[in-house]
Design a protein around this ligand. Structure first.
Ligand code: SF4
Length: 315
């Protein structure tokens, strides 16, 4: 299926009941490069209230995090800005009854396949959306594992300028996916050269201006993953950061690494962390698994993994 854009060809899709659809796409006719994107709403909320698009920024991912399938079929470079935007245009054209400006919040997570800070075209895509009269309620969301390299350093400093210019007053969400408070565990889970905790802490302090959202620290916690709320308190300020704790939803990699940990209600260990973090002054978000997401096998990279593995076996 072709969308209105010449930049994107949808190969297959999977419904996530009551939430949306995951698509596997490629540049038209491309024999190798694949990416996923998601058109969704928050469970139980109408699209006019909150519309969510999750857009890929890279073909696969070079980071090879131990809980994620995005890199299972390798890394084939960055999407250009047109192809990043084509995912958003595809979501818009799939919902002709809802113009994007009619949604109170049109949120784009640059967080599906790929590490966004390694792709400068993400900045261009955000600038173009900010200048597009159809996207007056656009809220960008960047989720990053904080790679340490010249490209990402330049990305983060440009991102800060972009946020201050176009998305002041709480219209930008920035998340660092740390996964663990233990350096060794974090290195094992995210096996790339990364910013240390202190660099992330300093950056967050300089990022947050009056009216901005706090920077999110995300921890996807399996029972084997070390986590110490006191370390969060020692390293980060509750004025600049909030803490989000999530399950480790099933992916091939998470399963293989015995890290998958699904919960719909916080287990006692997680509830204990929440209480301790709140005592330290942090806002805490517990982001439970959604049955629809688990049953729909909608975690990042799962549709690509299944489709491409099937092609490799039967192609
Ligand atoms: S979690 Fe993000 S950075 Fe890590 S492999 Fe998946 S897409 Fe890449």
């Amino acid at each position: 299926m072709r969308t209105g854009s010449e930049k994107l060809e949808i190969l297959t899709s999977r419904r996530i009941p009551e939430v949306g659809t995951v698509f596997l796409a490629r540049p038209p006719g491309d024999p190798v490069r694949r990416f996923e994107f998601v058109d969704a709403v928050d469970l139980g909320r109408p699209r006019t209230e909150k519309w969510v698009v999750m857009a890929s920024t890279q073909y696969g991912c070079a980071c090879s995090c131990r809980i994620c399938d995005a890199g299972n079929f390798g890394y084939h470079g960055n999407l250009d800005a047109d192809t990043i935007l084509a995912q958003i245009e595809a979501a818009v054209s799939l919902n002709p009854e809802t113009p994007p400006q009619s949604a109170r919040m049109f949120k784009v997570h640059f967080a599906r396949m790929g590490e966004p800070s390694l792709n400068p075209a993400v900045l261009e895509a955000m600038r173009r959306l900010a200048a597009d009269a159809r996207f007056t309620t656009f809220v960008p969301s960047i989720s990053t594992v904080a790679p340490a390299c010249a490209v990402s350093s330049s990305f983060f400093s440009e991102l800060k300028k972009l946020k201050d210019e176009h998305f002041k007053g709480g219209r930008f969400q920035l998340q660092f996916s740390l996964l663990s408070t233990d350096k060794e565990a974090r290195d094992a889970l995210i096996p790339i050269k990364k910013w240390g905790f202190s660099e992330i802490s300093e950056f967050g302090q300089s990022w947050v201006r009056p009216g901005d959202r706090r920077v999110t620290l995300n921890f996807a916690l399996a029972s084997e993953i070390p986590f110490d709320p006191a370390e969060v308190g020692r390293l980060f300020s509750p004025e600049a950061f909030l803490v989000k704790i999530t399950p480790v939803n099933p992916t091939r990699r998470a399963d293989r690494n015995k890290l998958t940990t699904v919960w719909y209600e916080p287990p006692p260990r997680i509830a204990g962390y929440e209480a301790e973090l709140k005592r330290l002054g942090f806002q805490v978000i517990l982001n439970a698994s959604w049955p629809q997401e688990i049953e729909g096998k909608a975690s990042c990279g799962q549709l690509a993994e299944e489709t491409l593995r099937g092609e490799a076996q039967f192609g």
